[in-house]
Write a protein that binds this ligand. Structure first.
Ligand SMILES: Cc1cc2nc3c(=O)[nH]c(=O)nc-3n(C[C@H](O)[C@H](O)[C@H](O)COP(=O)(O)OP(=O)(O)OC[C@H]3O[C@@H](n4cnc5c(N)ncnc54)[C@H](O)[C@@H]3O)c2cc1C
Length: 435
């Protein structure tokens, strides 16, 4: 296992629990990342919250599944919990100390302090995170091919398809070229001017790391910065209406926001060209001014920050294995999952699969109806040209056989199905779940 962060620790724990010997490499403290401050394993670099706990929320469902798979991190989190309403928040120092203690005390895990700068031999899980050291990043790029490794997120918001007001827009492709794959959200002149005003005055998020706000984005301009160049600029960029006729009026709209499908199920849509550094509350407020998105459910908001990740749809199996070299697994934020728990969960599953491979058994894909299974299926299978990291959300799950209109009841039913399917999966594959 390479990297003693959230994913690497879960991977080591999951593999050792299945009975294999693990070497876990961590480069700190000799080599620090720009965000870590200690030599502890599983250090939380920013917030101390792991998100909602309710099992009828996407983050809560993911946690429930991780518990079923024997998560070390959630065991440690429970012991270090601090009050945070419905969220699971921890005392970060106590949490990192608890994980470090459990890992170092495990008789089958050998913790080695040192940087890995080439792909190691044998069965390996690479979980070196968004701040992977430069030499290893170069080795990964060499292995996976040029243009397979990204160094920044430039993610646009994603909304659920069913939350878009279909009456206030239309499906079409520009100039009618190719299938009508885009949902177009028209704005009148007045709506556009109001939107532009709010966008250019909205509050921007603070940078995660020093220098991020200036360095990152020459090739991929945040929408608010583009807008600040002048009231007309967006009309020649992401909101350009040329080649689009609104079938309801027979006219070309004044401005158009385009949405593109984000997953094969067709349940999620990406706001084209809307990469942004606006604060999340501001994104919800300003983007809801687009009439078709007035009631939109945002399952991921836009971010732009430093983040090393691979193009998983081209490279990975849902087992976490590299397609062209299946002895090599990737896990954590490096695979294009987004967030503490998503990283940890992907590590846990990669560790379990790496152990299976070491024991001569077939690595497995989780049912796609589970939150973790759906997330891993998404990153290894996303059709998006511009692959960007993804967090746990209900839009990733295949729709229920029976339609439920009420959102809370639908989410509850999706969670119940996920847990039932995970239970059946673990009953079938005896030995994966902790005794
Ligand atoms: C600045 C920043 C802030 C973030 N804030 C949040 C947040 O508030 N909430 C949230 O949910 N997510 C956040 N994230 C995203 C992400 O969830 C976390 O980065 C998370 O820690 C990822 O887990 P990981 O195990 O993939 O990587 P990490 O936890 O970063 O672990 C990777 C480990 O690998 C080690 N390593 C790197 N290269 C090598 C090498 N060559 N050899 C050996 N060891 C190596 C590193 O030292 C590190 O310990 C943030 C990301 C960044 C960059």
């Amino acid at each position: 296992m390479v990297g003693g962060g959230l994913a690497g620790c879960e991977a080591a724990w999951g593999a050792a629990r299945l009975g294999v010997e693990v070497d876990l490499w961590e480069m700190r403290p000799a080599n620090m990342t720009p965000a870590h401050e200690t030599d502890q394993l599983a250090e939380l670099v920013c917030s101390n919250s792991f998100g909602a706990q309710r099992v009828d929320s996407a983050p809560g469902l993911l946690k429930a599944e991780m518990v079923m798979l024997g998560s070390l991190l959630l065991e440690c989190a429970a012991a270090c919990q601090v009050p945070a309403g419905g969220a699971l928040a921890v005392d970060r120092e106590a949490f990192a100390a608890a994980v470090t203690e459990r890992i170092t005390a495990h008789p089958s895990i050998r913790l080695i302090r040192g940087e890995i700068d080439a792909i190691p031999p044998g069965i390996v899980v690479i979980a070196t995170g968004p701040l992977t050291s430069p030499d290893l990043a170069a080795a990964i790029e060499k292995l996976t091919g040029e243009e397979s490794l990204y160094f920044y997120d430039a993610a646009a918001p994603i909304v659920t398809t069913k939350s878009i007001d279909q009456e206030k827009g239309f499906w079409a492709s520009r100039y009618g070229r190719g299938p009508a794959d885009y949902f177009n959200c028209p704005l009148t002149k007045e709506q556009y001017e109001h939107f532009w005003e709010e966008l250019t005055n909205a509050k921007v998020a603070a940078a995660h790391l020093p220098g991020e706000e200036t360095k990152v984005f020459e090739a991929c301009m945040p929408i608010e910065e583009l807008a600040r160049r002048g009231p007309q600029t967006l009309l020649f960029g992401p909101l350009k209406p040329v080649g689009l006729t609104d079938p309801r009026t027979g006219q070309r709209p004044f401005a158009v926001v385009q949405l593109r499908l984000e997953n094969k199920l067709g349940t999620l849509m990406n706001m084209v060209g809307f990469q942004t550094r606006l604060r999340w509350d501001e994104q919800r407020r300003v983007f809801s001014l687009i009439p078709a998105l007035a009631q939109a459910e945002f399952v991921r908001l836009g971010v732009m920050h430093r983040n090393t990740f691979i193009h998983s749809p081209r490279l990975l199996e849902p087992t976490g294995q590299l397609r062209k070299l299946p002895r090599v697994f990737f896990a954590g934020q490096l695979t294009g999952v987004e967030g503490y728990m998503e990283s940890a969960a992907s590590g846990l599953w990669a560790g379990i699969n790496a152990a299976r491979l070491a024991m001569g058994e077939e690595p497995l894909a989780l049912p796609p109806t589970t939150m973790l299974g759906a997330l891993l299926a998404h990153i290894s299978n996303s059709p998006s040209q511009d692959f960007q990291p993804m967090n746990a959300n209900y839009g990733l799950l295949p729709p229920l056989a029976q339609k439920i209109r009420n959102k809370a009841r639908r989410n509850q039913a999706l969670s119940e199905r996920a847990l039932k399917d995970m239970e059946a999966f673990l009953a079938k594959w005896q030995g994966l779940a902790p005794q």
